[in-house]
Design a protein around this ligand. Structure first.
Ligand code: KIV
Ligand code: NA
Length: 279
């Protein structure tokens, strides 16, 4: 299937077809997701936790992102790929934001970039990147790069006033030129209100069923990441258990000398060659 463009995403929204979106960090998983038909992949800075073993997304560098974006692109050449702008890769100035967004596109092979926040400063960054001809996805609600101010990874928009603020942020970044917005970790009525008021595709992760599309962190939804599972995740498999059992079985069979079995898992020599060799 051909790679989707923003026109295709708008058409899906108009026709009520949900957009599927998953995070990916490497070649193999991206390849499987493209095969499954998933329309959009996010090389998220959740990379820091899922693939690099950090406690937060903050240590992830733009170089890390580019490295993984390239691998995901090789695995999913025909899928729309969004690359996350890392912590401190866009906060400082519009110029810094445009330069680094350009690197995710030019070096990473992404189709769009995503950055967190809904305040006036961030709206300015979105406008600057969009003016440079780069598609920008906004990200509001629970925004992990703001974990200090949000007091950890907590659902946002739970009070009426906080909900109104998030709805206003969505409008602000749509007006700034975002092509789409990701809404994370808000009550379902907040996800619905944003979606109803929006002229651009709204994607949700832990934002209820109403949004135009759904995102999950792939390592959560296949039961691979076992440090912590957010409430909004559905586990479609238990890959952590399957892999751990395979590693245990391998350990046991090697110790017990049941793997490899000569003749089955080994290369053979022609009889005369073996005879000459052993002489
Ligand atoms: O980094 C990421 O995977 C994300 C999603 C969790 C929204 O930004
Ligand atoms: Na992210």
């Amino acid at each position: 299937m051909a790679k989707k463009s923003i026109h295709d995403f708008h058409k899906m929204v108009a026709e009520g077809e949900k957009i599927t979106y998953l995070t990916a960090y490497d070649y193999l998983t991206a390849k499987m997701m493209e095969k499954a038909g998933v329309e959009m992949l996010l090389v998220g800075d959740s990379l820091g936790m899922v693939s690099l073993g950090y406690d937060t997304t903050l240590p992830v560098t733009l170089e890390d992102m580019i490295h993984h974006c390239k691998a995901v692109r090789r695995g999913a050449p025909d899928t729309f790929i969004v690359g996350d702008m890392t912590y401190m890769s866009y906060q400082i100035s519009n110029q810094q934001a445009v330069e680094n967004a350009g690197r995710l596109i030019k070096e990473g092979g992404c189709d769009a970039v995503k950055l967190e926040g809904g305040g006036p400063e961030i709206a300015g960054r979105i406008k600057a990147i969009n003016d440079a001809g780069i598609l920008v996805m906004g990200h509001i609600g629970l925004t992990p790069q703001f974990m200090g101010q949000q007091g950890g990874y907590k659902a946002q928009g739970k009070s009426a006033q906080a909900a109104v603020n998030i709805v206003n942020e969505a409008k602000r970044i749509e007006e700034a030129g975002a092509f789409s917005i990701l809404v994370e970790g808000v009550p379902a009525p907040v996800g619905k209100a944003i979606t109803e008021r929006s002229g651009i595709p709204i994607l949700g992760i832990g934002a209820g069923s109403y949004t135009h599309g759904q995102l999950l962190i792939y390592a959560d939804m296949i039961g691979l990441y076992d440090n912590f599972t957010p409430k909004f995740v559905k586990q479609y498999a238990n890959v952590n258990e399957i892999m751990t059992n395979a590693f245990k079985e391998y350990y046991k069979e090697v110790k017990e000398k049941n793997f490899p079995i000569d003749g089955e898992h080994t290369y053979n020599m022609k009889a005369e060659e073996e005879k000459e060799f052993l002489n």
